[in-house]
Design a protein around this ligand. Structure first.
Ligand SMILES: Nc1ncnc2c1ncn2[C@@H]1O[C@H](COP(=O)(O)OP(=O)(O)OP(=O)(O)O)[C@@H](O)[C@H]1O
Length: 209
């Protein structure tokens, strides 16, 4: 593995959430997927929300590249665009899918996640949960976040579409012409964990609850 792939992008120290009996420390390496696993109710979603500064919490969290940025010293909206949370159930509020995007996505972008461009004119209620999950991913990626916090985002998808999403996300974090990027992915799918992350990139809450 190249040295650059071992460089830390996000460092997390003294994080305590949910049922955890002691604080958690970990780091997310540049260009890699780390998996966050643990029993139901162990606090995985709360941890992702804390990392994105969406809920009240105490921890020392820093983005180390391109230069050090401490979560506590950064405005929440700015931080959330860089360290972005993708919820298990995406939120939609306008009458058409297209209105939720910063820029109208191309047919090619939609095809990369197995979707038709016709969906852009649909009402969110006309889309399946799996379609909305993929649209929410494209919507978030338009902001070019450096750290993606993925909360069971492929749980509603079939194997082929899951593989498409995984490939898209690996390309996204390993793109040569971008800022350093990394992923923290919550999943209950053990095969997915093995497929996407090295053993030392699997963060287990089993010993903390
Ligand atoms: N907004 C909230 N306020 C108070 N308690 C909450 C809130 N959200 C979650 N909890 C509680 O915190 C604990 C951890 O919840 P969390 O959703 O992080 O678990 P999880 O590990 O993601 O579970 P699952 O695998 O079932 O999605 C649970 O006991 C839950 O009931």
């Amino acid at each position: 593995m190249a040295d650059s792939l071992r460089t830390t992008l996000l460092s997390v120290a003294n994080l305590q959430m949910g049922q955890m009996q002691r604080p958690l420390d970990f780091s997310l390496p540049v260009g890699k997927i780390s998996m966050l696993v643990g029993p139901s109710g162990s606090g995985k979603s709360l941890i992702l929300k804390a990392l994105s500064d969406l809920i009240v919490h105490q921890a020392d969290i820093s983005l180390l590249k391109p230069s050090k940025l401490k979560q506590q010293q950064t405005g929440a909206p700015q931080w959330r665009q860089k360290v972005m949370y993708f919820a298990a159930h995406s939120a939609w509020w306008a009458d058409s899918i297209a209105e939720h995007f910063q820029q109208r996505p191309s047919a090619e972008e939609l095809k990369s996640v197995g979707l038709s461009i016709k969906l852009l004119d649909a009402h969110p209620e006309q889309c399946s949960s799996g379609e909305k999950q993929r649209l929410a991913l494209l919507r978030g990626l338009q902001y070019q976040p450096q750290v993606l916090l993925l909360d069971e985002i492929t749980a509603n998808l079939d194997a082929t579409t899951t593989a498409q999403i995984e490939a898209l996300l690996i390309d996204y974090i390993q793109a040569d012409d971008s800022e350093d990027r990394a992923i923290l992915w919550v999943s209950h799918d053990q095969q997915q964990c093995r497929r996407l992350a090295d053993d030392d990139a699997i963060i287990s809450l089993a010993d903390y609850v």
